[in-house]
Design a protein around this ligand. Structure first.
Ligand code: NAI
Ligand code: MG
Length: 497
C-alpha cells in the first residue's frame, strides 16, 4: 500500500490524504506492514486504510523524538519555537476548509462545528506560540554566600494519546503547550479517526518544525497506546479518553519508568437550573450542553436538575427545543447533530437507552435510532429517574440526558456532587449569591454560570476526582510540560566546614 490516497469530501473536493506514519518529518509504513480501516460513520462505508504503528514503530518514533530533543531542537530559541507554533496556527486557518471536511468525513461531526474546531486549533496553537518565550525561572536569595536559581526545563519526550471526539482539537491542545515549553512529542491518534491529524502532520513540516520534534502515528490503544505508556524512554504521557484507560495508563507508568502522567477523563456533569433563571437562555444552553457534538463531550451536561417552580414548563419547552435540533448528514449546512463516531459507541449508547427504559425512566423524547443507515441517534431526554440508575451515574457519551426536579439549593449541591466524576457543572440563575455559592460548592474543574461548554484556550480545563489529573489550556498546562530545576551556587572562597 502506498503512503497517500486520493480522497474526496462533499465540501473539500479531491485531496491527497497521507496514510503513513509521520516520523522524523517523513511518511513511512509500519514495520509489521499492518494497516487498518477507518469508516465514515454517516454512511458506515470504509473511507480508506491507514498504516498501523505497532511496538516497533513506537520505538522508532520515540528514538526519533529523543534524537531531536538531545540535538537540533535544543538549539532552537524559545522565540523561534513560538514562531513555529504561530506559523502552524496560521496554516490551520489557511487550510481550514480541508481540515474541517476531513474531520467531518472521518468523525461524523457537523461541518459547521468542525470549522469551529479548526478555528479553535489555530487559536490554541498561536496562544502557546505566545508563551514559548515567557517560560521564566526565578532567583532565590538564600544567604550572602549562596546564589540559587530555578529553571523551568522541558520534561523531554512526551507521549500523547488522544480520543476521537475532537480529533484535531485534542491534537492542538496537546501539541501547543508541549512544544511551547521545548518538549518533543509522539502523538497517537484514536483508531476511529486517524485522518485529520495526518493532514495536520504535513502542516507541521510546512511550518518548519525540525525532524523528530512532532511525530504522529495511527494505531490501536492496546498496542501502540500501551507501548507508549509503558515505554522506558518516554518521559511523560498526556492522555484524554475513558477513565478505565486512564487507570491502565497510570499503572503502565508505575510499572515502567514512573513517567509523569496527566489525564483528562470522563464526566457526568450536572446542569442546574434555578426558578429565577432566564428560561429561554437556560433552555438553549442546556440543549447545547448535552447535544453539542452528539453528546460526545467529556464535559457534557448530562444530568439536568430543574427547580420545582419551573420544572413542568422547562421540560415541555426543552423537549420542543431539542426536537428542533437538525440531525443528519454532517455535510449539510444546517445540521447540528451528525452520527455517533462508531458502531461500538452507537451500540453502547443504545444499550444505555435500553437500561434507562428497563429501569422505569420515562422517555420524554427520542430513545431510538434515527434512520437505518449511519450511526444516528435521536436526541433523548429521560425523566422520572432516580439517582441510583445507571443512566444517571455512568457516562453515556451520546445524545442522552436525564432531567429531574429539586427543591432547595442545599439539596441540589448534594445531588450535583453525587458522582465519582468532577469535570464540569453549570448553574443557571439571575441571583449572584446563588451563582457564586453553588459554583464554589460544586466539586468540578469548570463551572459555567448561565452558559455551557464555553471553552477558551486562556482558561484551564480539567477534572476534580476521577475526571483526571492536571489541567490543559491556559498557563496551567505549562506546569504539566516543565520540570523545576534548582541550581545552587556557592559563592566566594569561604571553606566548607
Ligand atoms: P478510550 O479511552 O479507549 O480511547 C481513547 C484513546 O486511548 C484512544 O487513542 C485509544 O487508542 C487509546 N487507548 C485505548 N486503550 C489504551 C491502552 N490500553 N493504553 C493506551 N492507550 C489506549 O475510549 P473509547 O473506548 O474510544 O471510548 C469509551 C468511552 O470513553 C466513551 O464512551 C466515553 O465515555 C469515554 N471517552 C471520553 C473521552 C473524553 O474526552 N474524556 C474521549 C473518548 C472517550
Ligand atoms: Mg472514522
Amino acid at each position: 500500500m502506498s503512503l497517500t490516497v486520493q480522497l474526496e469530501t462533499p465540501t473539500g473536493g479531491k485531496y491527497e490524504q497521507p496514510i503513513g506514519l509521520f516520523i522524523n518529518n517523513e511518511w513511512v509504513k509500519g514495520v509489521d506492514g499492518k494497516t487498518f480501516e477507518t469508516t465514515n460513520p454517516a454512511t458506515e462505508e470504509v473511507i480508506t486504510s491507514v498504516h498501523e504503528a505497532t511496538e516497533k514503530d513506537v520505538d522508532i518514533a520515540v528514538a526519533a523524538a529523543r534524537k531531536a530533543f538531545e540535538g537540533e531542537w535544543r538549539r532552537v530559541t524559545p522565540e523561534d519555537r513560538g514562531k513555529l507554533l504561530v506559523k502552524l496556527g496560521d496554516l490551520f486557518d489557511k487550510n481550514a476548509d480541508l481540515l474541517a471536511s476531513v474531520e467531518s468525513l472521518d468523525n461524523g461531526k457537523a461541518i459547521s462545528m468542525a470549522k469551529v474546531d479548526v478555528a479553535l486549533c489555530a487559536g490554541v496553537l498561536r496562544y502557546y506560540g505566545g508563551w514559548a518565550d515567557k517560560i521564566e525561572g526565578k532567583t532565590l536569595d538564600l544567604n550572602p554566600d549562596t546564589f540559587a536559581y530555578i529553571r523551568k526545563e522541558p520534561v523531554g519526550v512526551c507521549g500523547q494519546i488522544i480520543p476521537w471526539n475532537f480529533p484535531l482539537l485534542m491534537w492542538a491542545w496537546k501539541i501547543g503547550p508541549a512544544i511551547a515549553t521545548g518538549n518533543v512529542v509522539v502523538i497517537k491518534t484514536a483508531e476511529q479517526t486517524p485522518l485529520s491529524a495526518l493532514v495536520a502532520a504535513n502542516l507541521t513540516k510546512e511550518a518548519g518544525f525540525p525532524p523528530g520534534v512532532i511525530n504522529v502515528i495511527s494505531g490501536f490503544g492496546k498496542i501502540a497506546g500501551a507501548a507508549l505508556s509503558s515505554h522506558m524512554d518516554v518521559d511523560k504521557i498526556a492522555f484524554t479518553g475513558s477513565t478505565v484507560v486512564g487507570r491502565t495508563i497510570l499503572k503502565a507508568a508505575a510499572g515502567s519508568n514512573l513517567k509523569k502522567v496527566t489525564l483528562e477523563l470522563g464526566g457526568k456533569s450536572p446542569n442546574i437550573v434555578f426558578d429565577d433563571a432566564d428560561i429561554d437562555n437556560a433552555i438553549s444552553w442546556v440543549n447545547f450542553g448535552i447535544f453539542f457534538n452528539h453528546g460526545q463531550c467529556c464535559c457534557a451536561g448530562s444530568r439536568i436538575y430543574v427547580q420545582e417552580g419551573i420544572y413542568d414548563k422547562f421540560v415541555q419547552r426543552f423537549k420542543e427545543r431539542a426536537q428542533k435540533n437538525v440531525v443528519g448528514d454532517p455535510f449539510a449546512k444546517d445540521t447540528f447533530q451528525g452520527p455517533q463516531v462508531s458502531k461500538v459507541q452507537f451500540d453502547r449508547i443504545m444499550n444505555y437507552i435500553k437500561e434507562g427504559k428497563d429501569a422505569g425512566a420515562t422517555v420524554e423524547i427520542g430513545g431510538n435510532r434515527k434512520g437505518d443507515k449511519g450511526y444516528f441517534i435521536e436526541p433523548t431526554i429521560f425523566s422520572n429517574v432516580t439517582e441510583n440508575m445507571k443512566i444517571v451515574q455512568e457516562e453515556i457519551f451520546g445524545p442522552v440526558c436525564s432531567i429531574s426536579k429539586f427543591k432547595t439549593k442545599e439539596e441540589v449541591i448534594k445531588i450535583g456532587n453525587n458522582t465519582t466524576y468532577g469535570l464540569a457543572a453549570a448553574v443557571h440563575t439571575k441571583d449572584l449569591n446563588t451563582a457564586i455559592e453553588v459554583s464554589n460548592a460544586l466539586r468540578a474543574g469548570t463551572v459555567w454560570v448561565n452558559a455551557y461548554n464555553v471553552l477558551h484556550h486562556q482558561m484551564p480545563f480539567g477534572g476534580f476526582k476521577e475526571s483526571g489529573i492536571g489541567r490543559e489550556l491556559g498557563e496551567a498546562a505549562l506546569e504539566n510540560y516543565t520540570q523545576t530545576k534548582s541550581v545552587c551556587i556557592r559563592l566566594g572562597d569561604a571553606l566548607f566546614g
